[in-house]
Each structure stands twice: as C-alpha cells, then as structure tokens.
Design a protein around this ligand. Structure first.
Ligand code: MRU
Length: 348
C-alpha cells in the first residue's frame, strides 16, 4: 500500500510532515483553515494534487467555523477563507480548482440551512481526496502500456503518493506498470534545491519495494548518453491549453536532454492540472521561493553571505518536447491544443 499523506478523521486532518522525511515520520494535526494554509505554504504538504486536497479540507474547516445569519454572509466569509488558502502557492492550478469546486458546492446548496451546507462542504473535501486516488489509479492504467518491461525510468521531483491523495501521478504510472508484472528501475533526480527526489521519491519507492537509484540532477545527461535511461516520466503543476507544462525547476533541462537522446518524455497529470484559460506556458505564474533554500542545506550555509540568488520553484517545458500527456481520461499526443481539448470535453 502506498502512503496517503493527508488523512481525515473526526474533525481532524492529519498530514505527514514532508519537510522531515526521510529521517522522521511525524504526522501533524490540523483543525482550522489558517493551519492548513500554513501547512501548504511551508511545504508540510506539497505536490499539486495534494495541495488541492489539503485546501479543500481547509475550506471545509473554515466554513464549519463561520457564524453567519444568512447565505450571503456565509458566502462572503467563505470567500475570505478561500482567498487565504489561495494565496499560499501560485503555480499549481489544482489548488484553485479545488477551492472553486468547494465554493460552487456552497452556491449550489444556497437554499439549504447553513449547517447542511457545512456538512456538504466537508463531504466534498472527502470526495476530492478519494477521487484523487481513484483518478491516479485510472491514470496509471492508461499510462502503464507506455512503459516497456525492463525500463529504466528517470523521474524528477516527487509526483508520487506523497504529492497526491494517494498512489501518485508519474509514480502511479510506474506503480501500475509494476503491478502489471513489468520489471522497472527508477532513477530519481535529487531535485535541488528542496530535494523532493532524494527525500521523498527515493523514500516512497524504497518503502514500497520499487527499485530506485538516486542521482544528482547533473548526472542525468551522462546516464542518457551512456544508454542507461529508456524514458522520462514526470508530473505537472499546471498545463496550458497548448500542452506547455509547468513542473518542478529542472524539468525543462531533463526534457531538453531527453530530446537530444531520442528518449520519450512523458507527463502524467489529472485533468484538474490542465488550465484551458491559459493559451500557453508563458502565462503560468511561477513561484519564487526563499533564497535560503538555495544558499543553505538544512541549517548549513553553502554559499557566501550577500550574493545574489534566484529560486524559481518551477519551469515550463514547451509542448514540443513532451511525447505524451497521460490523464485519467486518456493519453493526449501530437497537437495538444486539440488533443487536450478533446480530453477536457470528454465525460468521466
Ligand atoms: O514544490 P512542490 O514540491 O509542490 O512541487 C511539486 C512538483 O513539481 C510535482 O512534480 C508536481 O506537483 C506534480 S505532483 C503529482
């Protein structure tokens, strides 16, 4: 069983503190929206689908604590709760998708008593969490045929169970391939500066018995050149209408390397990661994080004080470098403007 990083029971949302993995497995408990917002911002929980799930629980907690006389007052306060949650991280569209879904549910039931609306919002957060895992399993089944038996697969960052409601997107495809009887070996890029690859991907694959070899980010090209990698599979934080993909910083570099070595470069992401409102990747907001993530490793300074530092957390891989986008509704290829629009129009 892969890990479920967000668990709800009896008014409490428990999240494994992903900042402490792999050395400590600590579960933190959240009961209000401010706490959940802080958990997202400080990376207790991270990964596009997972922050959508967490935000939905945050909105449900915020709604539960609203004291209002009528729906208009309730909706105005829910809007404030959602704007606090929405301000935590800008790139992953799943966060905004989940908050919009929560507000839509409230509006759809505006004629009902507020207590009933609050119950429905909690139920919707539980639905979002459960659906996410199911979506990943379907995505896995759709993507597994792309992975040949014996493949050596490179992945970047963590698009695993830890980044979702369970099972994972890119790692979900790998899990599904393994469950169908294929033998694989995963190369995990360490993923500077936050080290999601070494701390999280290596941890969850090793825990689940899937062979994993850790490499530094700057080793991928040499391994490809030596014929040691067969394909690349990564997740996504936001995909524009034309198929440009925002994902963890360094993904673009890997995609360029894959092109040079004629290796397939696959992206696995749920439909909720596609943002059809953005024509191309240049419009995707890229989060810039604290420079201490670059200048320090844990508490140890690695760079001189007073120097200039950049820390964009994501980059955009142009659609032309993407071999296929695997979703729960099928696999998009070729002209992504058309193939993604077809998947978006399709009913589950
Ligand atoms: O900064 P993070 O750790 O939230 O970034 C996560 C990623 O970039 C993942 O690859 C992406 O969210 C896909 S997760 C299924």
């Amino acid at each position: 069983m892969s890990i479920k990083p967000i668990q709800y029971h009896d008014g409490i949302c428990r999240m494994i503190d992903q900042r402490l993995l792999p050395t400590e497995e600590v579960w933190l408990e959240y009961t209000d929206y401010q706490g959940v917002a802080e958990a997202i911002q400080t990376m207790v929980v991270r990964g596009a689908p997972a922050i959508g799930v967490a935000a939905a629980f945050g909105a449900a907690f915020g709604a539960r604590d609203i004291a209002a006389d009528d729906f208009a007052g309730f909706a105005a306060q829910l809007e404030k709760v959602c704007s606090v949650l929405a301000a935590t991280r800008p790139t992953a569209v799943n966060l905004f998708w989940a908050l919009e879904r929560m507000q839509r549910i409230a509006k759809e039931h505006c004629q009902q008593p507020l207590a009933e609306i609050k119950e429905r919002l909690l139920q919707e957060a539980l639905n979002i969490a459960a659906e996410d895992e199911q979506i990943n399993r379907t995505m896995g089944a759709n993507g597994a045929p792309l992975i040949a038996d014996g493949s050596r697969i490179l992945t970047h960052c963590n698009a695993g169970a830890l980044a979702t409601g369970g099972y994972g997107t890119a790692l979900g495809v790998i899990r599904a391939a393994v469950e169908s009887g294929k033998k694989v070996m995963v190369y995990a890029d360490e993923t500077r500066p936050f080290l999601q690859g070494s701390r999280l991907t290596a941890w969850e694959l090793h825990r689940d018995g899937i062979p994993v070899t850790l490499i530094c980010d700057n080793m991928a090209g040499a391994l490809m050149n030596q014929g040691k990698i067969d394909c690349v599979i990564v997740g996504a934080d936001r995909i524009a209408a034309n198929g440009d993909v925002a994902n963890k910083i360094g993904t673009y570099t890997v995609a360029v390397l894959a092109k040079e070595h004629n290796l397939p470069f696959y992206v696995a992401a749920p439909i909720s990661t596609i943002d059809p409102a953005l024509a191309d990747g240049s419009m995707i907001p890229i989060e810039e994080r604290d420079e201490a993530e670059v200048t320090h490793c844990a508490k140890t300074r690695l760079a001189p004080e007073g120097i200039g530092v950049r820390n964009p957390a994501f980059d955009v891989t142009p659609a032309r470098l993407v071999s296929a986008i695997i979703t729960e509704r099928g696999v998009a290829r070729g002209d992504y403007r058309t193939s993604l629009a077809e998947l978006l129009a399709k009913q589950d």
